[in-house]
Each structure stands twice: as C-alpha cells, then as structure tokens.
Design a protein around this ligand. Structure first.
Ligand code: FAD
Length: 531
C-alpha cells in the first residue's frame, strides 16, 4: 500500500457529487488544503439524475418548509449569475383544473413564491388563458386556465464538474475513480485509505478533518469506513424520468398535478426532446443498480397523457434515467413528504473532526457548502469569508442577459461552426468554449466527428480538462450527445477513449498535464474503467 501521506490535507471529502464538489470549491477558495475522492465519475451519483431545476420548490410550501423554500428561491438568481451558461431561467405553466388543488391555494403559494425569495430579474407569476395562449395548444381542451411562474433550469452534471474544476484551480486535489475504503483517526489525524479503480493501488492520505458527502451512500460510508453498526440517517427515495421526442414547440415547461396529489414536470430538453418526471418511491435495493421500473414508466406515461392531447406512450421514449434522493430521515410517512432540507452533523472521532452531510438539493448546494464551512472553521479555525455568491464558475464570466451576445460573438469568431453548434458550445462551456475550439480554423481542424455534433477536439478537451475517461462520461454527463448517438458511434467513441486513456495525452499547460507532471497519476491512468 502506497503512502500518499507526505501532505496532510485540511479536509478530505468523500463524494464527488454536487455537495462534495461544492464544499471543495468553497474550502479551497478560503485557503484550505482539500482532497476529494469520488469512487466513480464525478456526478455519477444522484447529481446527474435530478430534474435539473434550480427552484424554490412550490410543493414544499405545502409542508411548511419556508426556510428551505426561501433559501432556494434566493439561490435561483445567485446561481444563474455565477453560471449563466449552464443555468437559464424558465417559465412553468401550472394548469388549474377543478378536482385538483384549489385555485386560491395555488394563488397563495405563488404569491409567496414571488415575494419571499428576493426575486429581482425573474419575471413574476401571471394567469394564462389556455384557450388563446400557445401553451394551451398541446393540452386537452379541458385545461382552460393556468398560472405561469418562474424558476431556473440547470445542467446538473456540469454544475458538479465546474465546481470541481474551480476547486482544482484553487489548489484542491480531485480524485475521481478513487473509492474510500476505510478511514480511522489516530492522534487527532485522519488516515484515509483509497483504492484507485484503474491501477488497483491502495493509498493512505492524512487529513485533519473528514467530510462525508456520500449522498445516498452516506450511511454506507459511516458503516463501512468507520465501522459503525447500521446507521439510518437517510431515507432513500427513487425518482425516475423519461425523455421523449419533443412534445411541444414553445420553450416553457409544464407543472402537472396528478389526482394522487403528486406533481411532475414536462420540460423542454436539449432542443429536440421533452423530459418528463419524476416519480417518488421508497428505495431499498442496490445503489449500483438504479433503474426505472415498468410501473414508473406506466405512471409517467399515463400522467402525461392525462394532460397532452396526443398520448405519451412507451414507444415515444428515447432515454430514461433514475436516481435516489438521500433525504434526511425525519420520519415522514410518505416519500414525497420527507423533508428536502439538509442537515449537517459534526462529531469528534478519536479527537479528529468529521462532518456528515445529509439531504440537500442541487439548488441549495452553495448554501449547504457555506454551512459546511461554518462547521469546518469551528473545527479547524477561521480562514476566510463566504465568497462563492458572486464569483463566476469556470466559463460563466459574463452577465446573465449577455448569453445571446456571447453566442453571436463566438460564432462570428468561428464562422466555420454553424450557429446551433456555436450555441451548444457556449451553453456547455461558456467563455471556455474558446479553449474547446482552440486554434481550429475549419471544421476539419476539429478532428473526427464521432456522432451528433461531438468532435475529437471537444472530447480531447473533456479528457484533458474535465476528467472524462469513458464514452459514458462524455455522452451522458459532460454533454448529452448520447441522445444523438447510434450504438456504432458510441462504440467508436469508446475505443477512442480507451486509446486516449492508455496513451495518457494531456495538453501542455492544462491542469491535467500539470497534475501529471507533479506525479499525481490520479486520473486517466487505466483503460475502460466503467462509471
Ligand atoms: P451524489 O450526487 O450522489 O454524490 C455522492 C457521491 O459520493 C457519489 O457520486 C458516490 O459515487 C460517491 N461516494 C459514495 N461512497 C463513496 C466512497 N466510499 N468513496 C468515494 N466516493 C463515494 N434537486 C434540485 O435542486 N432540483 C431538482 O430538480 C432536483 N430533482 C431531483 C430529482 C430526483 C429524481 C432526485 C433523485 C433528486 C433531485 N434533486 C433535485 C436533489 C439533488 O439531485 C440531490 O440532493 C443532490 O444531487 C445530492 O448530491 P450529493 O452530492 O449529496 O449526492
């Protein structure tokens, strides 16, 4: 077993989801020495399987979660401003129909929604006449009236990677495909043993504080690494989505209510598709095998068909994804009633501090990280002020209302790209799209086109800068090009990724190349490591 322990980190974070990476970014920016170990790909857990809303959570008002809703509402505009490439405002249409929640209740909820969250840029709620508004066209004529309100949409997996990238730029060591297999405290210092999935090498790292951001695995981490008996802090609730071919032409989303009181969304997705979800079911299976069930597919198709004029059938489905919410177990009887708020618990283990993170949302990850840093600074001493609310994430250094302008300038500089391609690159990489294109002056300079609009240059950027190792990392998390790939194209990309991993390329001067020079060896050192 190698001893990587020459350095003693301040913080060793278990879990490279939104919470682990969000805490890493905040802590590294305050000057803490930080390491993150993620057993698979970054964002391969719950943080790529969300509904992708940066939202207050209208429904949580029914459960009196005012603190959470207020904080989440405020975060919408904060996150949009620091990541205007991967986060955008969206209008939601909530059809009203008798037999469902009464109009007065919706009005009160939406009034609070508009007023308790410091809304500045997002437009307020309005009432829609669906018999004349375009949004009524794809719906059954029984839906005549609706409320339309604002929230935001986010590329969840990219939000994670951008937090990790920024943490790395600020000195954090990010170790994807590195499982924490044990942790013990000795004389006030943590000795954390990791297993590198590619090389099979075990290493021991030293740290002053341990952060368990294992998401749905948080209790497993407590039980397995710390050898505690059967902890039960989280309630695991599965949610699944279906993606179908575009169901409607406009760019607004629908918020539908089912007659079982549950709600679900139909959201424009990646230009040509519609995302429908989610379900909410208690989960007790294997966390490495989370998939949509026949029952969930039936539920979502039937629910959507109750609203849309033309029914949604299984044949319309082009992709599905499922994930598990790690909700703090507050003893609620129904899955959808369990609190969505986060709970942080700090404790001492053999004189060494540990922080366990339970629950949370994509929307509140930044506030959760700030709350975690309060606990970290109580244990390790104060280092700095909160700073993440107004510092852009990588590529997000432009004003929220300048997106179209950024696209058009980028397109003008690289006119060999078509306009849709220029927009796609800015949507994913923001101002860092320049690094993706690099010195290319023609489409040929972008290299092999693997499928969809994914080129070799972009893939190489993802390998060099964003820890992509497998085709799955590229197709389903760094981009959503998987929706446009055939099986043959996917396997060609897979072969390319395997070769790239073997040859360990790395553009000089990139963080990855720098890490290699420094002898990090933590990424891309093996072939075909599945996520
Ligand atoms: P994860 O993303 O699961 O990260 C934990 C990581 O820890 C995993 O990647 C795992 O591999 C790693 N790990 C575990 N054990 C180890 C170990 N021993 N060693 C190394 N690594 C380890 N929130 C919103 O704000 N808006 C939404 O629209 C929304 N929709 C949702 C829809 C669904 C269906 C679900 C399930 C959740 C949704 N959420 C939403 C909530 C949000 O997605 C989660 O709260 C959030 O992603 C949890 O992040 P996390 O970092 O805690 O967990």
């Amino acid at each position: 077993m190698a001893d990587a322990a020459r350095q003693t980190y301040d913080l060793f974070i278990i879990g490279g989801g939104i919470n682990g990476c969000g805490i890493a970014r905040d802590a590294a920016g305050r000057g803490f020495q930080v390491a993150v170990a993620e057993m698979n790909d970054l964002a391969s857990g719950t943080s790529s399987g969300s509904t992708k809303l940066v939202h207050g959570g209208l429904r949580y008002l029914e459960y009196y979660e005012f603190r959470l809703v207020r904080e989440a509402l405020k975060e919408r505009e904060v996150l949009w401003a620091i990541a205007p490439h991967i986060i955008k405002p969206m209008r939601f249409i909530l059809p009203h129909h008798k037999g469902l929640r009464p109009a007065w209740m919706l009005r009160i909820g939406l009034f609070l929604y508009d007023h308790i969250g410091g809304r500045r840029r997002l437009p307020p709620t309005r009432v829609l006449d669906l018999s004349s508004d375009e949004a009524g066209k794809p719906l059954k004529p029984v839906y005549r009236k609706a409320f339309e309100y604002s929230d935001c949409w986010a590329d969840d997996a990219r939000l994670v990677v951008l937090n990790a990238s920024d943490a790395r730029q600020k000195g954090a060591k990010i170790m994807p495909r590195t499982r924490v297999v044990s942790a013990r405290a000795e004389e006030g210092v943590w000795l954390v043993t990791t297993l590198d999935a590619a090389s099979g090498e075990e290493r021991t790292h030293r740290a002053r504080m341990l952060v368990n951001a294992g998401g749905p695995w948080v209790d497993q981490v407590i039980a397995g690494t710390l050898h505690r008996n059967d902890p039960r802090n989280v309630r695991l609730v599965k949610g699944s989505h279906i993606v179908i071919k575009r169901k409607f032409e406009h760019d607004r989303a629908y918020f539908f209510q089912n007659d079982d009181d549950r709600i679900f969304f139909a959201i424009p997705y990646d230009e040509d598709f519609t995302l429908i979800g989610t379900t909410d079911l208690d989960f007790e299976g294997d966390l490495d095998r989370i998939e949509i069930s026949e029952q969930e597919i039936g539920y979502l198709c039937e629910g959507a068909s109750n609203y849309f004029l033309s029914p949604v059938t299984r044949d319309d489905i082009v992709w599905t994804f499922s994930a598990v919410r790690p909700l703090y177990d507050d003893g609620a009887s129904k899955a959808q009633e369990a609190t969505r708020d986060y709970v942080l618990k700090r404790e001492m283990v053999d004189d060494a501090p540990m922080l366990n993170i339970f629950g949370g949302k994509i929307t509140t990850y930044r506030k959760l990280a700030e709350a975690a840093l309060v606990e970290v600074e109580k244990a390790l001493g104060r280092r700095g002020d909160s700073w993440t609310a107004d510092t852009p994430l990588p590529g997000g250094d432009f004003p929220v209302d300048a997106f179209a302008e950024i696209v058009s300038q980028f397109h003008a500089r690289h006119s060999f790209l078509d306009e849709a391609e220029a927009r796609r690159l800015i949507r994913l990489y923001g101002t860092n799209a320049e690094l993706v294109v690099g010195a290319a002056e023609t489409q040929d300079d972008m290299g092999t086109r693997f499928g969809g609009s994914l080129t070799e240059r972009e893939v190489q950027y993802l390998i060099d800068e964003e820890w992509a190792v497998t085709a799955e990392d590229v197709l389903w998390r760094r981009t959503k090009q998987g929706l446009r790939f055939s099986e043959g194209e996917r396997s060609a990309l897979d072969s390319f990724m395997r070769t790239a991993a073997r040859t360990e390329t790395g553009v000089a001067g990139t963080p990855r190349a720098e890490e290699k020079r420094a002898g990090d060896g933590g990424i891309g050192t093996g072939t075909g490591v599945g996520a």
